[in-house]
Design a binder for this molecule. Structure first.
Ligand SMILES: Cc1ncc(COP(=O)(O)O)c(C=O)c1O
Length: 465
C-alpha cells in the first residue's frame, strides 16, 4: 500500500527549472480555458469569488465544468479529461452511472421530498449495518452534518464537552472541528501539547479551546494528552479521526496504531468516532472499518454514499444510539433521508459498489501505483506512491509522511503544484491543492490510468531534462 520513498534530496531538483515549468504550464492552462475565464467574469458579479464553495476557487480563475460521463468530465472550453478528482472523492461510482441515473429518474417522477420515512431508508440502513458492522443508522446531508451530530451524540452520551481530533485532519466546516488544520508549521507548538488553532475566522475561541488535537500515528502522545486532560478536569467525550488520513495526500496508519487507539479510548471511556466521509465505501465495501478490522463506537459517512447526491450518515452501536432513540439528543433535519439521495444510495450499494467493483478498483489502483513507482525509480526524484483501493497519490517527499508535522516539513509543495498543472494540461482532471489524492471510479479503465502514468512520465522527464 506504500512504496519505499526514493531518498534523493530536494537539491537534486533544479528550482529555477521548476519555476520555469510552472510558468509555462500556467500560461498553457490559461490559454486553454478562455471560456472559463469568461464564465468567471460573469460568475463573480453575484457569486462570491465566482464559486459556490471556497474550495473550488482558483487563481486566476476556476475551471468551470459542463458535464461528466463514466470516467470523464468536460470543461466549458470542451476539453475532455479523465476525472481523478471525482468530486473530492464522492464519485467512486463514476459519472452518470446507468444504475444510479435509472434509480434517480424513477424516483424524481414520484416526488422529490416529503420529510417522511420511506422504504429506501430501510434498505440502505440494512446494507450499511452489514457493511460497517454497526446496527444503528441516521441520515443527514453532508459530511459536516454527520461529524457535527456524531460529536453531539458523544457529548450527550458521556456528559463531557472536550473533544479530541488529529492535528491537520479535516472533518468538515462546523466550529467543533475547524480547529488545528492547515496552520503554518511554526505555529503547531509542542508535539505533546499541540495548540488549538482556529481554521479561518469566525470560530468562537471557547469552541476552539474545547477541541484538542494530537499527532497521527502516535498512540503514546494520545494517551499522555488524555491523562493530562483528565488531571485538568477536561476528560474528552470522544476522539474523532480518519483511520487513514485523506487530506495530507494519503497517510496510512502504522501497524498496531489503530488497535492502540481503540484500546486507549476504551480504557478511558472515550468514544471513538471513525470519520469515513472519504474512506467509507471507497477503500472497501465496509470502508476503513472493514479494511483495518476496526470496532468504532460511531462512524460518519457522506460523499460516496449519495452517488453524487448530497448525503451523510452516522452509524453507531445500540448503546450509543440509544441517546437518540430515547429522545435525549435531537438528531434532526428537514432533508434527512431525501428520497432522491436514498434512491441513489440504494442503487449504488446494491448494484454498483459490488464485490466485483472493489476487485476492479484494487486492480486499477495497483496498476496506477506501480506505473508511478516505476517512473519515480527511473528518474530518481524524491517521492513515493501510497494508496488504498480507489484512493492514492504520489507524495513528493524523500521520507514517508506519517503525520502533519512530517507532511509540513517534507512535502514538496512546488512539485505538487507543477504536477497538478501537468495533469490539467494533459487531460487528467485532478483536485487542486497539495493535500488531496486521486479517487478512481468503477467506470475507470486501465487506459485511463495509463493516461495518468504517461502524464507523470512527461513531468519527470521534463524536470530532469
Ligand atoms: C474526512 C472528512 N470528514 C468530513 C468532511 C466534510 O464533508 P462535507 O464537505 O460533505 O461537509 C470531509 C470533506 O472533505 C472529509 O474529508
Amino acid at each position: 500500500m506504500v512504496s519505499t520513498p526514493v531518498r534523493s534530496t530536494k537539491d537534486l531538483i533544479d528550482r529555477e527549472k521548476v519555476q520555469m515549468l510552472i510558468n509555462r504550464e500556467e500560461q498553457r492552462l490559461n490559454a486553454n480555458t478562455e471560456v472559463s475565464a469568461q464564465y468567471y467574469e460573469r460568475a463573480k458579479k453575484h457569486m462570491v469569488g465566482g464559486v459556490p464553495s471556497s474550495y473550488q476557487a482558483r487563481d486566476p480563475w476556476p475551471i468551470y465544468l459542463s458535464h461528466g460521463k463514466g470516467s470523464k468530465v468536460w470543461d466549458v472550453d470542451e476539453t475532455e479529461y479523465v476525472d481523478f478528482h471525482n468530486g473530492f472523492g464522492s464519485m467512486v461510482q463514476g459519472h452518470a452511472h446507468p444504475a444510479i441515473v435509472k434509480a434517480v429518474q424513477e424516483r424524481v417522477a414520484l416526488g422529490t421530498h416529503f420529510a417522511a420515512p420511506m422504504e429506501d431508508d430501510i434498505i440502505v440502513s440494512d446494507e450499511l449495518a452489514k457493511r460497517f458492522r454497526l446496527p444503528d443508522w441516521r441520515y443527514l446531508n453532508s459530511g459536516s452534518e454527520a461529524t457535527m451530530d456524531a460529536i453531539r451524540i458523544a457529548r450527550a452520551f458521556t456528559g463531557r464537552d472536550t473533544i479530541m481530533k488529529i492535528f491537520g485532519s479535516y472533518h468538515g466546516h462546523h466550529d467543533y472541528v475547524m480547529v488545528s488544520i492547515g496552520v503554518p508549521y511554526d505555529k503547531i507548538g509542542d508535539r505533546e501539547d499541540y495548540a488549538s488553532l482556529p481554521y479561518g475566522a469566525g470560530i468562537p475561541k471557547a469552541v476552539v479551546d474545547m477541541t484538542i488535537a494530537v499527532p497521527f500515528n502516535d498512540a503514546g502522545a494520545l494517551e499522555r494528552r488524555i491523562e493530562r486532560l483528565i488531571e485538568e478536569g477536561r476528560k474528552p467525550a470522544c476522539l474523532i479521526m480518519e483511520a487513514a488520513l485523506m487530506n495530507l495526500g494519503v497517510v496510512l496508519p502504522q501497524p498496531g496504531y489503530l488497535e492502540s487507539v481503540r484500546e486507549i479510548t476504551r480504557k478511558h471511556g472515550i468514544l471513538w468516532i471513525v470519520d469515513e466521509v472519504k474512506t467509507g465505501l471507497c477503500v472497501a465495501a465496509g470502508g476503513a472499518t472493514e479494511k483495518f478490522n476496526l470496532a468504532p463506537d460511531m462512524v460518519t459517512l457522506a460523499k460516496a454514499l449519495g452517488g453524487g447526491l448530497p448525503s451523510g450518515a452516522i452509524g453507531g452501536t445500540s448503546e450509543v444510539m440509544d441517546i437518540v432513540r430515547s429522545g435525549k439528543v435531537y438528531q434532526v433535519g428537514t432533508y434527512n433521508g431525501n428520497p432522491l439521495t436514498m434512491a441513489a444510495a440504494r442503487a449504488s450499494l446494491l448494484e454498483v459498489l459490488t464485490p466485483d467493483a472493489y476487485d476492479h478498483l484494487n486492480k486499477l489502483n495497483d496498476h496506477l501505483m506501480a506505473g508511478c513507482d516505476a517512473i519515480l525509480k527511473k528518474y530518481d526524484l524524491p517521492g513515493y506512491t501510497v494508496g488504498i483501493s480507489s484512493k492514492g497519490c504520489v507524495t513528493f517527499s524523500p521520507v514517508e509522511i506519517t503525520d502533519y508535522e512530517s507532511f509540513k516539513a517534507n512535502q514538496d509543495g512546488e512539485i505538487t503544484e507543477l504536477a497538478w498543472l501537468y495533469a490539467m494540461n494533459r487531460g487528467v482532471y485532478m483536485t487542486p491543492g497539495r493535500e488531496e489524492e486521486w479517487t478512481l471510479s468503477v467506470q475507470h479503465s486501465i487506459e485511463d490510468c495509463n493516461q495518468y502514468i504517461e502524464m507523470f512520465e512527461e513531468l519527470f522527464h521534463d524536470l530532469t531534462a
